[in-house]
Design a protein around this ligand. Structure first.
Ligand code: FAD
Length: 433
């Protein structure tokens, strides 16, 4: 009988191991802690939450809330543990972190189909394997993954600009144009007067940043400058950098604005846009306040905040199938943050798909692609189909789902409708599993 190796008992690896074991597949689960710790983990428990104890929104008017509900319907171990260990947190699902990881550790260690090995794995093994070693994958294993992906397709830092929903941009204030009208008009441009720029600039100087962790300090040496850092170097740095207005005359007036913020399409469906050159590690609250000072973005919905942190991830559009199989190596699956999904729940969700598919393969069946009309399938679709050139990790959000046939203006109503459609799709698909 086939045994599947799962490397890393974090959020993704724990979920994957459980899905395999529950389908009667034998699992060898390799976790290096406590023999070796990562710079962010502190315990010997599986699925340790390295930072916040919140798994974010729980309601169906929230992208990650829909993902959670889909995972519950797919018998997710991570969701069982989270619901059992929940603590009061308003609309969010927060957990007692010790109870949460204790629940997962006990379930997996006592499962008759799972054998746990506490050891570091240095290279991708042969035979059916799920690699789920997370954003802080060890150096030797990273090198081995890089040999598979190619030098240019494994990243060690995530320095991303915020991504916003197109529907939340005020199109009356922005205009479509490429600099000097070169090529097709591809950017949405938010024009600023000098007064608007100064208000924006002063707000940046006063905004709070997230301090980098000791092991993340080298990010700056990678040549990624956050926009708040550029602002600190002087008023002109942004005006000669990402907010440069030359060649971006407003077609309505024919005049060049004092400054311009450009947005570039982020997904194939054209529902998401990223803010060009605005990689940042401002606190999330500050990011929202500052972006809402940009003309056209007053009511902007941010689906993914800008981040600058250590993160090992592959270029999934080039290397991964939506089944989470590595392209050209059917029995190798990747899961978790290293596939370019972002967040605790998203990582677990990818582990759930990888686990189901590795079980199918081990049973002589074809792996399956979850429909992109479900949130769990939309995440898999996004990371494998988005533009490979500008690939950045992504949270669960409504912009990933196919738009509704009819435009609904009220945001809450629109989200509820999308959520119900996603859950109906999942229920229909589940019967084929
Ligand atoms: P992990 O949960 O990290 O699991 C990977 C496992 O693999 C670990 O247990 C590790 O010990 C093991 N491992 C690594 N290398 C090897 C090896 N060579 N051999 C054997 N075992 C190995 N997301 C949020 O939603 N909220 C947050 O607050 C949040 N904070 C974060 C803070 C930091 C510092 C970082 C780095 C990430 C944070 N994230 C957060 C992002 C992400 O959700 C978490 O990192 C999440 O744990 C990713 O799940 P994973 O399963 O991919 O990796």
């Amino acid at each position: 009988m086939t045994t599947v190796n799962v490397i890393g008992a974090g959020l993704a690896g724990s979920e994957a191991a459980y899905q395999l074991a529950e389908r009667n597949i034998k699992v060898n689960l390799y976790e290096m802690r406590p023999v070796k710790q990562t710079p962010a983990h502190h315990t010997d428990k599986f699925a340790e939450l390295v930072c916040s104890n919140s798994l974010r929104g729980n309601a169906l008017t929230n992208g990650v809330g829909v993902l959670k509900e889909e995972m519950r319907r797919l018998d997710s171990l991570v969701m069982k543990a989270a619901d059992a260990a929940s603590v009061p947190a308003g609309g969010a699902l927060a957990v007692d972190r010790h109870e949460f990881s204790g629940f997962i550790t006990d379930t997996l260690r006592n499962h008759p189909n799972i054998t746990v090995y506490n050891e570091e794995i240095h290279s991708v093994p042969t035979g059916p394997t799920i690699v789920a070693t997370g954003p802080l994958t060890t150096e030797t294993l990273s090198k081995s993954i890089q040999e598979l992906t190619g030098q240019d397709h494994l990243y060690f830092y995530d320095a991303a600009a915020p991504i916003v929903e197109k529907d939340s941009i005020n199109m009356d204030k922005v205009y479509l144009k490429s600099r000097y009208d070169k090529g097709e008009a591809a950017y949405l441009n938010c024009p600023m007067t000098e007064e608007e720029f100064d208000r924006f600039y002063n707000a940046i100087l006063e905004a709070e940043v997230v301090p980098l962790k000791e092991f993340e300090k080298e990010i700056y040496f990678e040549g990624c400058m956050p926009f708040e850092e550029m602002a600190k170097r002087g008023r002109k740095t942004l005006l000669f950098g990402p907010m440069k207005p030359v060649g971006l005359e407003d077609p309505k007036t024919g005049k060049r604005p004092f400054a311009v913020v450009q947005l570039r399409q982020d997904d194939a469906a054209g529902t998401l846009y990223n803010i060009v050159g605005f990689q940042t590690h401002l606190k999330w609250g500050a990011q929202k306040e500052i972006l809402q000072l940009i003309p056209g973005l007053e009511n902007v919905e941010i689906v993914r905040y800008g981040v600058m942190h250590r993160n090992t991830f592959i270029n999934s559009p080039t290397n991964l199938e939506p089944t989470y199989q590595f392209k050209g190596k059917d029995d190798l699956f990747l899961a978790g943050q290293m596939t370019g999904v972002e967040g605790y729940v998203e990582s677990a969700a990818s582990g759930l798909i990888a686990g189901i598919n590795a079980a199918k393969l081990a049973s002589g069946l074809q792996p399956i692609v979850f429909p992109p009309s479900t949130m769990i399938g939309a995440m898999a679709h996004y990371i494998t189909h988005t533009n490979a050139k500008n690939f950045q990790p992504m949270n669960a959000n409504f912009g990933l789902l196919p738009p509704l046939e009819k435009r609904i203006k009220d945001k809450k109503e629109r989200y509820e409708m999308l959520a119900h459609k996603a859950l109906d799709s999942l229920d229909q698909f589940k019967v084929t599993l």
